[in-house]
Write a protein that binds this ligand. Structure first.
Ligand code: ATP
Length: 450
């Protein structure tokens, strides 16, 4: 099967040498080209990791000028390919020049197949190492300050965050539980001018109503009680930084009124004290409820709602984020492999299909739990569908409109191919059985970014 062999582009004008090379390099899928034009066509088609380039090319094989011109073009078109220049044994200067231009190595004729094979093998190893580090960097880019995302929906959330982070506006993050609101709040903090200042988190739903007030504003019992204790509240702790109020919809009306004063006047008074301290905080809130609705029902102060909702960001559920499930799953797999000292290499095809078809009612938190448990429990080198314990009754229904079905399927397949080939469009096109231009036009049509 030639497809599984690494592709090697051999640019050679001499028919005898072509035969010899093809025969001796049989562990590679050798693609032959004998002049400049064919070489450029094959280069665009295969983007081979390694190329051998005999500089003696037509129309003037005795002279290296066409070969050097081609070398220059290849370096521009495919800078990551490793080029081994082949020269006559009296052309050392030309060989040195080509290395100076950017060729990986040179080899002087007559060709000794075993020696050349060794150089080619080393070139492939280096190309793979460099590719791994590029993939790593690309994955890092998809990790926007802790937010792993590739779907158009989440990328637009990340863009919004990049825009609002440098301002001092308050932000309200709305979205279902486990969609990553806290991760986004931390991302805002980490790229805002307050990044070196505190990020203080308070979950309004996790604290009994009567304690929330002291938790937030602190208390000072020195004036009226035997117990002379005092305590800083979260607002003072967050001074000069960011206060993240999780589940803000659960805040009682009395506490809402006090918070409104802090935000309007920039001062806080501890419970039990009249002394006011100046504070400067940026507030980021999150909620899974419809706060606007709560305002209509009189359960949330309208003035506070507008104060907190200076910027509104809706966080989509995981099931709507095409391409994110598999990407986040792979990131989590790496994380848990490290955490639990495992070495699981990936997911089976069935596992990927199951993850994509599942509706993820618990969003990223549920995905995280499933991957964690699969990493701990798995006995094999890949995680299978059954190890993810996906509830089959929660598989999503397909729409009946054929155009919708086709477009959704195409979008998913393209996003999946891009994720599986780590953003390499040529590879993704190959996986999909498309040409690169066709893939690009489909990506345009569905607004998919690599
Ligand atoms: N895009 C993401 N990339 C990587 N991890 C994520 C992402 N989104 C969420 N997570 C992880 O999923 C878990 C849940 O996220 P988070 O706590 O931010 O959700 P939430 O919307 O604030 O949930 P809740 O409303 O229940 O508090 C966390 O462990 C978080 O690290």
């Amino acid at each position: 099967m030639t497809q599984n062999k690494p592709e090697l582009l051999v640019i050679e004008d001499d028919k005898g040498l072509q035969k010899q090379l093809k025969w001796s390099l049989d562990e590679y899928h050798v693609v032959l080209a004998e002049d400049k034009d064919t070489s450029l066509v094959e280069l665009r088609r295969f983007q081979p990791k390694v190329i051998t380039l005999d500089l003696g090319l037509p129309p003037d094989p005795a002279n290296a000028s066409v070969g050097l011109e081609l070398l220059d073009e290849i370096l521009k078109l495919s800078p990551s390919s490793k080029i081994i220049v082949v020269t006559g044994n009296d052309q050392r200067e030309v060989a040195m020049k080509s290395v100076e231009m950017g060729a990986y190595d040179y080899y002087q004729k007559p060709i000794q197949p075993e020696e050349l094979k060794l150089i080619i093998k080393r070139a492939f190893e280096l190309a793979s190492l460099e590719e791994e580090s590029r993939v790593y960097r690309r994955n890092e880019n998809m990790r926007f300050h802790g937010v792993v995302a590739t779907s158009p929906l989440m990328l637009s959330v990340c863009q919004k965050i990049e825009k609002v982070a440098p301002t001092d506006l308050n932000v309200l993050l709305e979205g279902d539980s486990g969609t990553g609101k806290e991760v986004l709040a931390r991302a805002i903090h980490s790229i805002s001018p307050r990044q070196e200042k505190p990020f203080v988190h308070l979950n309004c739903a996790a604290i009994p109503e009567n304690l929330l007030e002291t938790e937030l504003f602190g208390y000072d019992a020195t004036g009226f009680s035997e117990n002379k204790s005092t305590s800083k509240g979260k607002i003072e702790e967050a001074n000069t930084g960011v206060l993240f109020l999780d589940e803000v919809g659960k805040m009682p009306m009395s506490v809402q009124a006090k918070l409104m004063r802090v935000l309007n006047d920039g001062v806080v008074a501890r419970v039990g004290s009249r002394e006011e301290k100046k504070v400067d905080i940026r507030v980021i809130c999150s909620t899974h409820e419809d706060l606007n609705q709560k305002v209509q029902e009189g359960k949330f102060r309208e003035d506070l709602f507008y104060k907190l909702d200076e910027i509104n960001i809706k966080v989509p559920v995981l099931a709507e984020r095409d391409g994110d499930v598999v990407l986040i799953a792979r990131t989590l797999l790496n994380k848990f492999n490290q955490q639990f000292g495992r070495n699981i290499r990936g997911f089976t095809k069935e596992a990927v299909q199951a993850m994509e078809a599942y509706s993820w009612p618990g969003n990223v938190r549920e995905l995280e739990n499933k991957i964690k448990s699969a990493v701990v429990m798995s006995e094999s080198s890949q995680i299978g569908a059954e190890e993810l314990q996906i509830d089959e009754s929660q598989l999503r229904e397909m729409p009946l409109n054929l155009r919708q079905v086709r477009e959704a399927a195409e979008t998913r397949a393209i996003q999946r191919a891009i994720v599986l080939s780590d953003g390499n469009i040529s590879q993704a096109a190959k996986l999909l059985g498309l040409t690169r231009p066709t893939l690009y036009s489909l990506m345009d049509k569905y607004s998919i970014h690599s």
